[in-house]
Design a protein around this ligand. Structure first.
Ligand SMILES: [Zn+2]
Length: 477
């Protein structure tokens, strides 16, 4: 781990504590000593040698927590912008995922980790399902260790069955060597439950139980996973408060009842669900069931890696659903149920709760870990006035407004620039990965992968276009 650790004070900010009472404190200071928040208050006395950071006109909030990102895919940033989920599965699972070498996992993870910190995401679950060998896994961890953020390696391998890869001695050896209980690097197992009645994933769940680590699983994904997987997990006693269900967008009330009753949480990736087709972003349903929510960005092969986008799209999707449901009843929504404050909670405490870290992460409270973000941009006309700080975070702020990021008491971004992260070195690694993949695919497959066909969907019998064409609807005209 890099970077010195001196006491730091953020002065005169609007502090969104996200504590139990959701206190918003105006013109307050936050003092960090070692890895902890030492004090919060106005005009704090600070130890000699404390780094002073001006937070006036800014918002001080907890570091954000992303509970599901396939960081290894970040080197292919934006390549799949026009994909569907089917095209993603074909590209990564069937055709090209296997050509990723350990150094390609390393490159993607480095870039994804740097991007997370830059955007104020201080903890990221690396949903790492490209770990074909433990060399790939070592590369993933090496990259996460090289960037001064907090991460959770969710170990997975889409090229092999969960029962097979979790049984391998080299996997066990990896766990012993690399998963040392350090609070900067957590551990989960990542695999999906197909719903096959013979429940082939059962041995992998048993490994997770034996290791005492949570399982994270893509659940309720249209065309891939459904209620059958939830029922198998539940009937076999594998649904626990630590379980994280990603998407959970096409599940019945029965599955939501099982999740609620066993205390698990759902990681909602709204931007992903909206355009890839897992199902409608489910917050409208799961908040009625009282299931805890965290937010995630899924993969930069399509989307951005920042939780501002997650908060914004989640508010929009939830409210759109509520309006459309009301209109279908010939009714009008006069008061929105989901508030900006709720999505800021999901992006911070929601993630901490999902990861079992609510006692030390997710809010700004004395004694908690110092994972802190300052949003402040004196050059941006969108950063004043700050009248409604929750609304400002959810709908106004952007990555470029992240001025300062502190993780575990260390400044990792200051004055809008990452500290101790060599972007040029990351760029050259990523370029090598892109070069390798492009050569493996060949130019034709590379271009075709990025530019899928557009289906024909024109309205052919628009009566106002006065064409010669006569469709069925116009025969009586
Ligand atoms: Zn995913």
């Amino acid at each position: 781990m890099v970077g010195e650790r001196r006491p730091v004070v953020l002065r005169n900010g609007t502090v969104l504590t996200m504590d139990g009472a959701h206190q918003v404190l105006n013109d307050h200071d936050v003092l960090v000593v070692d890895d902890r928040i030492a004090a919060i208050g106005p005009r704090l006395e600070v130890p000699e040698g404390t780094v002073e950071i001006d937070a006036a006109n800014g918002i001080v909030m907890p570091g954000m927590i992303d509970t599901h990102r396939h960081m290894w895919q970040t080197a292919m940033r934006g390549y799949g912008a026009d994909w569907t989920l089917t095209q993603y599965f074909v590209w990564y699972y069937l055709e090209w995922g296997k050509v990723f070498r350990p150094q390609d996992i390393h490159a993607g993870n480095l870039l994804g980790a740097a991007e997370a910190l830059d955007a104020g995401v201080t903890t990221t679950v690396d949903w790492s399902h490209g770990l074909q060998t433990t060399d790939h896994a070592d590369a993933a961890v090496d990259a996460l260790r090289a960037v001064p953020g907090r991460f959770v390696l969710a170990y997975g391998n889409i090229q092999d069955s969960p029962a097979s890869w979790t049984a391998k001695p080299e996997f066990r050896d990896f766990v012993t060597r690399r998963m040392t209980g350090d609070d900067m690097l957590g551990f989960q197992l990542a695999f999906d439950v197909t719903g096959d009645p013979s429940f082939p994933e059962k041995p992998a769940f048993e490994v997770a139980r034996e290791l005492g680590v949570p399982v994270t699983t893509h659940a309720g994904v249209w065309g891939a996973t459904n209620d059958d997987g939830i029922r198998l997990m539940h009937d076999n006693g594998f649904m626990t408060p630590q379980s994280i269900y990603v998407h959970a967008a096409t599940l019945s009330a029965d599955s939501y009842h099982r999740i609620a009753a066993t205390g698990g949480s759902i990681s909602v990736s709204t931007e992903s669900e909206q355009s890839a087709g897992q199902g409608y972003p489910p917050t409208w349903a799961i908040r009625e069931h009282g299931i805890p929510v965290s937010l995630s960005m899924d993969t930069s092969v399509w989307w951005s890696g920042d939780l501002f986008s997650a908060m914004r799209t989640t508010l929009g999707a939830d409210r759109a659903r509520e309006h459309m449901a009301a209109h279908a009843r010939n009714d009008t929504v006069t008061h929105s149920s989901l508030r900006a404050e709720h999505v800021v909670d999901w992006a911070t405490m929601g993630g901490a709760r999902a990861l079992g870290r609510s006692s030390d992460l997710g809010s700004l409270e004395v004694g908690k870990k110092a994972d802190i973000v300052l949003l402040r941009n004196e050059n941006s006309p969108a950063m004043f006035p700050v009248l409604n700080p929750y609304g400002h975070v959810a709908f106004q702020a952007q990555r470029s407004d992240v001025d300062t990021v502190i993780v575990d008491g260390r400044i990792v971004k200051r004055d809008h620039r990452l500290v101790g992260v060599d972007l040029q070195a990351i760029r050259s690694q990523v370029e090598q990965t892109v070069e390798h993949l492009r050569a493996q695919l060949g130019e034709e497959a590379w271009q075709k992968g990025m530019n899928p066909d557009i289906p024909e969907s024109k309205v052919l019998d628009n009566p106002y276009t006065y064409t010669e064409y006569r469709g069925d609807t116009r025969t009586s005209v």
